[in-house]
Design a protein around this ligand. Sequence first.
Ligand code: S5P
Length: 465
Amino acid sequence: METGKRTLILDLHRIGALKFGEFKLKSGATSPFYIDLRSIISYPEIIKNIVELLKDAVKDMQFDILTGIPYTALPLAAQVSVELDTPLVYQRKEVKAYGTGKLIEGHFKEGQTCLIIDDLITTGESKFEAAEGMEQAGLKVKDFVCLIDRSYNGERILATKGYKLSSIITVEDMIEVLGAENKLDAALAQKVREFIGQPVEKPLLNFEQRLEATKAPMTRNLMEAILRKKSNLVLSLDVEDTKTFFEILEATGPEIFMVKTHVDILKDYNGSFVPRLRALAEKHDFIIFEDRKFADIGSTVRKQFKSGVYKIADWADYVTVHMIAGEAILDGLFGDLEAPRSGFLLARMSAKGNLISETYTRQVLEVGKRRKECVSGYIGHGANVDDIKRFRNKIPQDQLLLMPGVNLDTKGDGLGQQYLTVENAIEGGADAIIVGRGVIASDNPGAEAKRYREAAWNAFQKMNK
Ligand code: S5P
């Protein structure tokens, strides 16, 4: 190992930026080591060494400008910028509510490539948000350089979006150097190795174990229906007349565990619709889910849910909800109901160019985790299996991921819809797939639903062995 790296490890240990022992993490778990590099700015000698190491790490990379993720990495990036004569920009932690409202400070041109420097990588999640801010400003991001890699599989995680991670020191390097200097005993070193050898997020448990661990009755209800019906197919029945609606539903009912409606699409909706729907739901044992995508203030959505022509709260057990108006929408919808109802939050969308960001997704999940009593899960999508897995990892195991934008035969619809295959959706961790035109546009929806159901159920069983 280079002298610079060795010196850095010893220095970090000396100033207490690197500690070994027992430390309680935010997640509640205990870690045998602790890294906090915020204090390094008070040690110019250490900074000088880090800057040399960073310069060396980036020497073969292509970039026009660079940045450091605030706060810790920003002063490091500023030094590297001066030494390499390469412009620096940085991203504000919060966009100013007044003034220019700019997210990125500094001057740059659209299309330039920006190198991102950070002090630490643990899960990689914050890196996606940093890259997204740069990309939204028109910059390209290819490379990340991190001082310390303490991740389980950070390199692979970043690669899901095509980013390359280079790091200067790893936890193994720290063990080697500190062990040789008698600053870390073998037993503790072993604990550290075991700790970083474990994924941060627990792998998805078997579906039945997850059901056992699920408390919310409305979520349990869905999980039980999936197992009872041996189907994780949700039919999206977006047709315009009730005759076609009920013909397709009669034919596909045995294959699905839930039907998803857009009741406002129907031209001839009348008072007989709900009783007929309920009767079929009973006959074929499926659940009713109205994809209303509520998005307004609490008081308005309450009326939209309970009143109007459709009185959705009377007959739909589940509905979809956008979180753009904030958490109070959940109180508006579910706070004052006679029958138990629950929501699915739109955490990611399948439509090309949709405006949902990494940050928005994270915030939706944060609300959903707090409100399990009325949030059974999320609607989500992804670019590929790894991307969906990364997303699924952030969803609690006692909530569900439903995935629309699934089709066995086409990749898109010419109107922005982007399709995944059934296998990719389920392998990524979707608990159920939502299929519309794949089934309903066929001449034989019953047979087509069977084909989707079997593909999804086979993939689901493979995942839950
Ligand atoms: O991101 C989304 C969220 C939803 S709920 N993308 C979607 O396509 N949907 C819904 O899923 C959409 O409103 C439609 O009802 C269904 C997909 O239909 P398909 O015909 O493209 O399978």
